[in-house]
Design a protein around this ligand. Structure first.
Ligand SMILES: Cc1cc2nc3c(=O)[nH]c(=O)nc-3n(C[C@H](O)[C@H](O)[C@H](O)COP(=O)(O)OP(=O)(O)OC[C@H]3O[C@@H](n4cnc5c(N)ncnc54)[C@H](O)[C@@H]3O)c2cc1C
Length: 372
């Protein structure tokens, strides 16, 4: 019997790729290996742009995600003192972007994708540690027995072992700030981003009783063992009430903190029958909310190419050709957005000089960076 196609990582990219394979005329056997003991996702919620929703539509998950989530616009941008820098309502931003953004709990997104993959195709508690390969196949190294594979798709996130094997020299530097995320048990808030000197706080309404929030504050890497909510309340003292409302309504266990890293793109995404997708291929700063969107676009593009080709190596090479340049652009724009948001406060006033129409055109280009 031919060995399966192995997918390292059952996160957003891995599951969406498997769901995409299921849509092809003759889906190949596949298995997803994930190092975690249980499926699911930390990090509260995620906002999905029209490019991601179009990708989800292609694999039959779009409507379920829209039902599980909530349509949101880009919202208002305020200064730390509550002055409005920019205001874009849902109608205007949706018209410019080709549709609304949808905010959805990560757990719900993973569940919807998981329901579309073959029963028993996910093996949990198996960490991929690299591979040995030639033209005939791949031996996937794991923390247990090696797994024989027809091909290997590395969807193992920004710490990807598969990407590291493709490019052992890949560099990584600290962006200068961690990102916190959480879900607060308070609803009815308007979407907003608040920018202060070297720090930001964002609020995204999820449903009548819950809001998703994220924050960055310039500080050394490697912290985070203590009282995160207390730390953030102090860091955002004097900021608009809504910031303190969501912090007060968040349980300590619902907060995640990650150091934001600028990890280089691997020199190559493909080695014969091995390919990387999602954060493994193009980790990016979180400010545009595009990492997961680009991961979904990768997944459906690759599944489409694999489904329509007799040669996996050719499909993988075509994937890199199609996606690399576009993803690199979004990585660059995300880094620039991070630099702008985390600039000293006086520089934020300069962003007022950018007309709404120009900003919306830039965002629309990102929203269109899709699978078409
Ligand atoms: C603060 C913050 C906010 C964000 N907000 C948004 C947003 O609003 N919208 C958006 O689109 N994106 C957002 N992102 C980015 C988004 O979270 C990622 O881009 C997305 O999760 C990438 O999906 P992925 O499947 O490639 O990787 P992951 O989601 O990281 O999944 C990787 C999977 O691989 C598994 N794995 C890892 N290593 C191994 C191994 N060695 N062996 C086996 N399994 C392994 C992991 O357990 C995991 O299940 C945000 C990121 C941050 C930090």
């Amino acid at each position: 019997m031919e060995p399966p196609l192995v997918i390292a990582g059952a996160g957003i990219a891995g599951l969406a790729f498997a769901a995409g394979l299921e849509r092809s005329a003759d889906p190949p056997p596949y298995v997803l290996l994930d190092e975690r003991p249980a499926l699911g996702s930390t990090g509260g919620a995620i906002t999905l742009w029209p490019n991601a929703l179009a990708a989800l539509d292609e694999i039959g998950a779009g409507d379920a995600v829209r039902r599980a989530g909530r349509a949101v616009g880009t919202g208002r941008v305020l200064t730390a003192r509550g002055r409005v820098v920019r205001s874009l309502d849902l109608e205007r931003s949706s018209a410019a972007l080709g549709g609304p953004l949808v905010a959805v709990r990560r757990g719900a997104l993973v569940e919807i994708l998981h329901a579309l993959v073959r029963d028993d195709s996910v093996r949990l508690g198996v960490a991929v540690r690299g591979y040995d390969g030639d033209d005939s196949g791949v031996r996937v190294r794991t923390d247990g027995e090696p797994v024989a594979a027809r091909a290997l798709v590395g969807a193992d996130g920004y710490r990807s072992e598969v990407a590291r094997a493709l490019d052992p020299g890949m560099t990584e530097t600290y962006a200068g700030y961690p990102a916190w995320r959480g879900i607060a048990g308070v609803g009815g808030l308007e979407p907003m981003q608040v920018w202060g000197g070297h720090s930001e706080f964002g609020i995204v309404p999820l449903d009548d009783d819950a809001s998703y929030w994220f924050a960055t504050v310039r500080e050394p890497a490697g912290g985070g063992a203590g009282d995160e909510l207390g730390h953030l309340s102090a860091a955002f003292a004097g900021w608009p009430d809504a910031v303190h409302q969501v912090l007060a309504a968040t349980a300590p266990g619902d907060v995640t903190r990650n150091d934001v890293m600028d990890r280089a793109m691997p020199r190559r995404w493909v080695d014969g029958r091995v390919v990387v997708i999602g954060d493994a291929a193009h980790a990016m700063r979180p400010h545009l909310g595009q990492g997961g969107c680009q991961a979904l676009v990768d997944a459906v593009v690759l599944a489409r190419l694999v489904g329509g080709s007799t040669s996996l190596a050719e499909a993988f090479a075509a994937f890199e050709q199609l996606r690399r340049r576009q993803a690199r652009r979004v990585v660059r724009l995300s880094r620039n957005a991070g630099r702008a948001v985390n600039a000293p406060a006086p520089l934020h006033h300069l962003t007022r000089l950018v007309p709404d129409a120009v900003l919306l055109r830039t965002l629309a280009r990102i929203a269109g960076a899709g699978a078409g």
